[in-house]
Design a protein around this ligand. Structure first.
Ligand code: NAD
Length: 497
């Protein structure tokens, strides 16, 4: 069904709008989710004309890269004609009057029924100002919906996140605020609930009796690239763990919701995060490891401290590994090992669920040199770049003996299947248009995640790290391996083995 709405994009000349928002809106238009009853106002300080804005939007669609020819079509031109540019300084109350006039005009022209989506594609320090002006200058409509979409970083600790939240919640109610965590827009992340709760063989084993541990790896092979300025203020713990990793952990450890909808899912995710053990500073020191990349073994890649825009004595973490412990009843005491980092050996996002092995090995007396022996059953969920699953099972195969060796049941989405999957932003914008909050982060999730992470930060800030402590192209510092070997375990994903 097509949706009626006016989008007001703050930061309309920025990178996020260009790379993600305009191409996603176009895909929604191509697929008929947006038809004639929509309009977009792009705002930023620069004085652009509507014609120039249309050109930018068409270039953004072309650069999106799937098919440059798409922009030479009647459809693309019609799409771009729905875009209007308004030069606007977000601090200036007067400018909101102009914005309101244009918004009301477009509302009437496109018959939008007062439905408005305010997308803040700008630094979070502007969120409070923009939302209070939207309210005070009467941009919020009475007759339609008013939804606010905001981006990370949502604060840099619990205190600043709370201030930020308070600053927007003066104008928008929680059910009007859509906090984007783009991992929640990814197909394999959304599939976690289907896998866990849609399969008897999985759901009956997803508990502390059968799962030994869960491992979540978000590994990047690139370094900090052009983001040094931002990264120096953030680091991996804030940039990846507080949001994406905590969201994934909540989906993996939550109890079964009665119904798969936004409110039931949210309740279970909040409960799951509340039941992750909140460490003391000493426990955080023991259970979390930080790292910062140095050069690679051949000294062809610069260390983090030598990258442009970083401090030569930087204490910023480009790597985090840690152990979280769930106290949800089903998974009580099960460790969830998490790991993320830059300049690691291989780019992958994957989850490994390591099952407990059979109680007794009745095959131990079979002597055969080819036998590997019983291995842990592991279910691997591939998030990206591959999408799919692998299940490791013990079987007998091969020769006259009774040699036990593992096989891997493997499913991967084909390139053709992957090409059909909506991009995370396309999906999330569509959800926001429909008012579906299933794949957005609730304040209670964000705030609990900060509390879990703040203790780790506090532990680390109490002493200087001995950085750099891992080579580019490795899998992080050796302490990250010891975190598991000390528990008698190993990281399942190890491309260097
Ligand atoms: P950007 O710097 O490219 O764009 C910022 C925009 O804000 C520009 O359009 C600029 O003109 C506008 N702006 C700045 N000050 C203004 C003012 N006083 N009045 C009006 N407009 C003003 O930033 P970006 O990369 O597009 O990121 C925007 C937000 O989204 C940031 O919070 C960022 O952390 C977040 N984010 C970005 C990405 C991404 O892929 N770029 C991904 C995730 C989150």
């Amino acid at each position: 069904m097509d949706q009626r709405a006016l989008f007001i994009i703050f930061g309309g000349t920025g990178d996020l709008a260009y790379r993600k928002l305009y191409p996603s809106l176009f895909r929604l238009y191509e697929k008929g989710y947006l038809k004639e009853n929509f309009a977009v106002i792009g705002t930023a300080r620069r004085p652009w004309s509507d014609d120039h804005f249309h050109e930018v939007v068409l270039n953004a669609i072309a650069d999106d890269g799937r098919d440059v020819e798409r922009t030479n079509t009647e459809l693309a031109r019609k799409f771009a004609s729905h875009f209007y540019y308004q030069s606007h300084n977000v601090d200036d109350a007067e400018h909101y009057v102009n914005l309101k006039n244009l918004a009301d005009k477009l509302d009437a022209k496109y018959e939008l029924n007062g439905n408005r989506v305010y997308y803040l594609a700008m630094a979070p320090r502007f969120f409070g100002t923009i939302s209070s002006h939207l309210k005070d200058q009467n941009l919020l409509t009475e007759n339609g919906f008013n939804r606010l979409i905001i981006e990370k970083p949502f604060g840099r600790d619990y205190k600043t996140a709370k201030e930020l939240n308070d600053s927007v919640s003066g104008s928008f109610a929680e059910d009007q605020i859509f906090r984007i965590d783009h991992y929640l827009g990814k197909e394999p992340i959304q599939s976690i609930a289907a896998l866990r709760f849609g399969n008897q063989i999985i759901s009956s084993l997803w508990n502390k009796e059968h799962i030994d541990n869960i491992q979540v790896t978000l590994a990047e092979s690139l370094g900090v690239e052009e983001r040094a300025g931002y990264y120096e203020t953030a680091g991996a713990l804030r940039d990846m763990v507080q949001n994406h990793i905590m969201q994934i952990v909540s989906l993996l450890t939550m109890e079964k919701p009665d119904v798969y909808d936004a409110s039931h899912l949210r309740d279970k995710k909040v409960e799951a995060l509340n039941n992750i053990q909140l460490y003391s500073v000493d426990e955080a020191k023991k259970n979390f490891v930080r790292g910062q990349y140095g050069e690679d073994a051949n000294q062809t890649q610069a260390s983090y401290r030598d990258e442009e825009g970083t401090d030569e004595h930087s204490q910023i973490d480009t790597f985090v590994a840690g152990k979280l412990i769930s106290h949800n009843p089903t998974l009580e005491g099960v460790p969830v090992y998490v790991r993320t980092g830059k300049r690691l050996a291989k780019k992958t996002t994957q989850i490994n669920v390591v099952f407990k092995n059979v109680d007794t090995d009745i095959f131990h007396n079979v002597e055969d040199n080819d036998a590997i022996g019983l291995q842990d059953n592991v279910l691997t969920i591939y998030i990206e770049p591959e999408m799919g699953y692998t299940l490791k099972l013990n079987t007998k195969y091969g020769n006259q003996g009774y040699n036990i060796n593992p096989v891997h049941l493997r499913y991967r989405k084909t390139p053709e299947e992957k090409a059909k999957i909506p991009d995370a932003y396309e999906r999330l914008i569509h959800d926001a248009l429909r008012g579906d909050k299933t794949n957005f982060a609730h304040w209670h999730e964000v705030s609990r995640a900060w509390k879990l992470v703040d203790v780790i930060r506090e532990a680390w800030d109490s002493e200087d790290a001995n950085f750099p402590n891992y080579e580019s192209g490795s899998m992080g510092p050796k302490d990250a391996d010891e975190l598991l070997t000390n528990d008698g375990r190993n990281w399942v994903f190890n491309p260097l083995k």
